[in-house]
Design a protein around this ligand. Structure first.
Ligand SMILES: [Zn+2]
Length: 247
């Protein structure tokens, strides 16, 4: 399995997931960059996977269906029930899985950013949408803080060598914020230095490594005694998320 990031809009990532010549695309906000990447890598796009319904994740669906032999448009049961992913064919719930080529893809429901948010997990790759970013998390738009903290707790219990492919390139800013939460955490210093170099070289900070996220991401560390400082887990998470909203 090969994962190819496709930068879209100003800071979104779509991803091509290739099994031989067959490809799926995760969160295509636009069609054109995806079509160019498909041509360049000589792939055949047959599936579209959506982590949630926001326009900057689903915008490319209609034009891709016109251009490619798309057999499945997969999103959550919640988003199917609310008809908010264009042309959705498959409705996925927590614990569901499906086959793609010879790989199994597992689904986790991770509500909070939206109520229909799901993660796609396959062969050690996590497509986390706008729930888990590298060194950050998405804003809590539709769910509650408790729900979002539980969704992130679900993701942090995946194997530590999981690769994190997230919905946006926010890593440098996220690490600058992480530094304000844990000024003495040297793992954050190292990660920030690397992320700045990576971006200056016009490279992507994806994939992240879950193991490093566990050591640096304040939204996975909200209940660590160094971060929570005596607050209960949800209060700590809420305080960090609210501080990030203002950062
Ligand atoms: Zn979103």
């Amino acid at each position: 399995m090969q994962v190819i990031p496709v930068p879209c809009l100003s800071d979104n990532y779509a991803y091509l997931v290739a099994q031989g010549r067959q490809a799926a695309v995760v969160d295509p906000s636009q069609a054109d960059p995806v079509l160019r990447a498909i041509d360049e890598h000589r792939l055949k796009l047959t599936e579209i996977w959506l982590t949630h319904h926001h326009w900057d994740h689903v915008g490319g669906i209609e034009p891709l269906i016109e251009e490619c032999p798309i057999a499945h448009v997969r999103g959550s049961r919640y988003d199917a029930d609310h008809q908010r992913i264009p042309r959705q064919t498959d409705a996925l719930s927590d614990g569901d899985s499906f086959e793609f080529g010879d790989a199994t893809v597992d689904i986790l429901e991770i509500p909070g950013h939206t109520l229909g948010a799901i993660a796609f997990i396959t062969e050690g790759n996590l497509f986390s949408g706008d729930t888990l970013f590298i060194a950050g998390c998405g804003r809590v738009f539709e769910g509650t803080m408790e729900m979002m903290s539980q969704s992130l707790s679900k993701l942090r219990s995946l194997p530590p060598d999981t690769k994190v492919w997230c919905g946006h390139e926010y890593t440098v800013n996220n690490l600058r914020f992480a530094k304000t939460v844990e000024p003495d955490n040297q793992e954050i210093d190292r990660a920030l230095e690397e992320a700045i170099e990576t971006r200056e070289a016009n490279r992507f900070t994806v994939p992240g490594a879950l193991e490093r996220e566990l050591a640096t991401n304040p939204f996975l560390r909200f209940d660590d005694p160094n971060v929570a400082a005596g607050q209960d887990a949800v209060a700590s998470f809420t305080a960090i998320r609210q501080a990030k909203d203002q950062f």
